[in-house]
Design a protein around this ligand. Structure first.
Ligand code: NDP
Length: 241
């Protein structure tokens, strides 16, 4: 980020990619508000960073009012918000004929509505400041669909489209990046309840890379000069086809 003492909010920071991103940004000098639902994980993350560098924020991104309040609180306390990393996501894969409608709804709520809630919360502050950066963590599933992933990929196509639309609509000074990971070590696949999808995942996820690879990509995008807007980055294991 181009400002001194930047402040970021990272959603889904209690595990996996979000945790790695929060840790990396904090190490690079950003004050990070680490948001997720599991407060115990966030407290442990905050304790692992230099004092005050990572602030825990218990937050459910599906709650629009709560997301707005969290971002407004950051601005009230720090006088600024420079970066949203919209990373929170869930991936309970299944075929459509399994009929797991509640799981489809949850993916839409977290992966799409959660992203929109974050954008809505930061945009007024970014517009007022004339600067700011939204990084959306989408997926290689934003570019291609595969069996058992129709709804998940649908949410990631949506995340890509929403982020690209934000880029086109944003006033000058606001930067927008979609980072799309391939298979990364995390807790994401633990949310799969469907036995067929679980089995397929064991093979698919065999060559996962560490979440630090995605944190590196985010760090690259946010550290560019103010006039440089890195719009899309895809990072996958070299063995993933
Ligand atoms: P994890 O399951 O390890 O992390 C997901 C994070 O999202 C957790 O911190 C979880 O925190 C948070 N989260 C889930 N629901 C909510 C909610 N309602 N409100 C707030 N936070 C929530 O998986 P990853 O790190 O892998 O996932 C991060 C992102 O990366 C996701 O968007 C995912 O789709 C994407 N991605 C991951 C890939 C991979 O292979 N790992 C590949 C491509 C994309 P908590 O439960 O505490 O709320």
């Amino acid at each position: 980020m181009t400002n001194e003492n930047p402040v970021a909010i990272v959603t889904g920071a209690s595990s996996g990619i979000g945790r790695a991103v929060a840790t990396r940004l904090a190490a690079d000098g950003t004050t990070v508000v680490a948001a997720a639902r599991r407060a115990d994980r966030l407290a442990e993350l905050a304790a692992s960073a230099p004092a005050g560098r990572i602030e825990p924020c218990e937050l459910d991104v599906t709650d629009h009012a709560a997301v707005r309040a969290a971002v407004d609180d950051v601005v009230a306390r720090h006088g600024r918000i420079d970066l949203l990393v919209a990373n929170a996501g869930v991936m309970p894969l299944s075929r459509l004929d399994a009929g797991l409608v509640e799981e489809w709804d949850r993916m839409i709520d977290v992966n799409v509505r959660g992203l929109l809630h974050g954008i809505d919360a930061v945009l007024p502050h970014f517009t007022r400041a004339g600067s700011g950066h939204v990084v959306t963590v989408a997926s290689v599933g934003a570019y291609a669909v595969s069996p058992t992933a129709a709804v998940y990929c649908g949410t990631k196509f949506a995340a890509w489209a929403i982020t690209e639309g934000l880029r086109q609509e944003s006033p000058p000074g606001i930067r927008v990046t979609t980072v799309s990971p391939g298979v990364v070590t995390s807790e994401l696949a633990e949310g799969i309840s469907d036995p067929l999808a679980q089995e397929a995942m064991a093979t698919y996820r065999a060559h996962a890379i560490g979440p630090e690879a995605i944190a590196d990509a985010v760090a690259y995008a946010v550290s560019q000069p103010a006039e440089v807007d890195v719009n899309e980055i895809v990072v996958r294991p070299v063995r993933q086809r």
